[in-house]
Design a protein around this ligand. Structure first.
Ligand SMILES: [Zn+2]
Length: 290
């Protein structure tokens, strides 16, 4: 059961790319709740996308995608950090449209006033939030549209997911030097996009990354650095729970303790439970039980 990311370059060309695949990390995430298949597929695509995009960042920190909507679909989020650690979660009310659908496009089409946020949170430095319009039929289409509009480097990606595995592939055309502009053939980028789009969903999810790259780009000289492992990991901690209690304030904490002691806080991403008895909770406000 593998969770991996294979970076690649094409020799003597300003092209870089990644292939990602998630299997047991995806199962761990999807098993946190009971999701209809279509939402599992959407979460799988969002996780693959964040794992691809995280690798394009040159920072320590994390990148997340978050869809928010009104109606029975509340939100879904997926994130990946610079260590290749992923997590994700979605919140929704039961809706026959989710039960009947098997793909993510059908879910996207049902969303009421949806917004897709892309968040980049460096460990140090300023956070960035962008808003991606969800007016393309697929998540990959929305992301490519965003890259095209935000005038960053040309980026093309494909995503595929089912409840067992998810996969993604991204290529980017890097800024070219003056010398490269004269030596690179103009057809290279459109040709690579065309080749990339020939990958089938099952191939992307199941074939070895090297086999995928060989099938697509065997006429190019593809260079492969070491493969990276991805994993499921959660960023929750007792410290973060303490901060949350401090945020809601002493009075609210005291009221909670009046009917529930210890205070129990469950992480929905990983199932971890954090407990605070009255003494611990009140000590956060400098109070001690006498
Ligand atoms: Zn957690």
């Amino acid at each position: 059961m593998s969770n991996l990311r294979q970076r690649f370059f094409i020799a003597d060309c300003p092209i870089r790319g990644e292939v990602v695949q998630l299997k047991d990390a995806l199962h761990t995430i999807l098993n946190q709740r009971t999701y209809p298949q279509a939402i599992q597929v959407l979460l799988g695509e969002m996780l693959s996308a964040t794992a691809l995009l995280a690798s394009t960042l040159k920072i320590k920190g994390r990148i997340s995608l978050q869809i928010q909507a009104e109606g029975s679909f509340k939100w879904a989020m997926a994130e990946c950090n610079h260590l290749g650690e992923v997590r994700g979660l979605a919140d929704f009310e039961s809706d026959p449209r989710f039960e009947q659908a098997t793909d993510s496009s059908t879910v996207l089409a049902t969303l009421k006033n949806p917004v897709l946020f892309i968040n980049i949170e460096p460990e140090f430095g300023e956070r960035y939030q962008g808003i991606i319009s969800l007016d393309q039929p697929t998540l990959a289409g929305c992301l490519m549209d965003y890259y095209a509009r935000s005038a960053q480097i040309p980026t093309h990606l494909v995503l595929a997911s089912d409840p067992q595995s998810s996969g993604g592939l991204l290529i980017q055309l890097l800024p070219r030097t003056e010398e490269e502009k004269t030596t690179i053939d103009e057809d290279l980028w459109p040709r690579l996009i065309m080749l990339t789009d020939t990958i089938k969903a099952d191939e992307l999810k199941q074939l070895d990354a090297q086999e995928i790259l060989y099938r697509l780009y065997n006429e190019e000289e593809v260079r492969l650095p070491d493969i990276e492992q991805l994993s499921f990991a959660c960023t929750c901690s007792k410290q973060k729970c303490e901060n949350a209690l401090i945020q809601i304030g002493e009075q609210a904490v005291q009221e909670t303790l009046d009917h529930q002691s210890p205070i129990e806080m469950d992480c929905q991403f990983c199932g971890a439970q954090y407990k605070f008895n009255a003494e611990e909770a009140l000590s956060l406000f400098g109070k001690h039980l006498s």
